[in-house]
Design a protein around this ligand. Sequence first.
Ligand code: TXA
Ligand code: MG
Length: 352
Amino acid sequence: MRTRYLKIDPLVPELHKIRLAARILARGGVVAFPTETVYGLGANALDGRAVRRIFRAKGRPADNPLIVHIASFQDVQELVAYLPPRATLLMQHFWPGPLTLIMPRSGIIPDEVTAGLATVGIRMPSHPVAQALIRAAHLPIAAPSANTSGRPSPTTGQHVLRDLRGKIDAVVDGGPATVGVESTVLDLTTPVPTILRPGGITYEDLQAVLGEVAIDPVVKGQQVEHPKAPGMKYKHYAPAGEVFLVTGDLDRVVARVRALVAAWQSRGRRVAVLATRETAPAYQAPPRPDYLEVLGSRRQPETIAANLFSALRNCERHHADIILAETFTEEGIGLAIMNRLRKSAANRIIRA
Ligand code: TXA
Ligand code: MG
């Protein structure tokens, strides 16, 4: 299959390109497009066959449900059985934006989307290209992240092409995603709304509006037999090469990372380090890592979130066998950063 590549202006999307992509979706095709969080791989959410093509292109397990993307508040009605308490309040505060709400599904959603669950995840993205595309298609769009299953989520059109070229109908390239980690998934079917996946809208943001918010234990790395968001049980965000997290007091972390660089290099392995602006100078002196990525500043954790997935892919391009990552406080967006890092490291955590 030839994958069409449509470069688009992220702020003022060219209408003819939006219309072309929308036509592909309306005919049952699959199209990757930018959102404010990561790139999504979209298909008509009301067409089970189209949705199956998403699973095939990504190699995604069929029991992992997809998020349905909409562009106007009225679009929610036909997708849910009823609106749970607090749904409207949350939509008013956080939509459009990186918050996915898990609600009881209606009958028009095919089982392929929800993986047979009685609930559906819905979100309204704020990215102008995503909004224009959903509007032009006149359809709810089911879209997981546009990566091969198990790999770091894509934050640029190039990341999408690297994973899915030849497997999807088109990529709409609107430049880098700004948030860089996926939406927060909030379950509204529990007595207290529960964060199943931390993301662009933080725990603190939700607490300010809701008062009480719970965090599912898997968010902080606890292993459970039947996670509520099926996606949480799979290998995730894994580049080629093994990721290790180094935690503890920052000075000790830096010293330990340097010692680990020397140790792995002496065994002939290529080592990458994911550092921050504050710590990067310490890695300039030998033992120097084979690749050093400065994620951003600890004082602006949003910069770290924005670069995290592309950093993991950069380590891969530099053929790192071992990737050593510093760790972060789990406040604000830090909860999402650490959740993604822990998953990419498959819980390989070293205490400094
Ligand atoms: O920011 C995002 O959410 C991006 C962009 C493209 O919108 N999408 C995304 O989709 O990250 P995906 O498929 O990579 O992750 C969706 C997560 C999975 O962990 C899935 O298990 C969970 O949401 N999920 C979806 N529907 C669910 C449901 N009905 N109940 C529980 N979890 C659900
Ligand atoms: Mg994903």
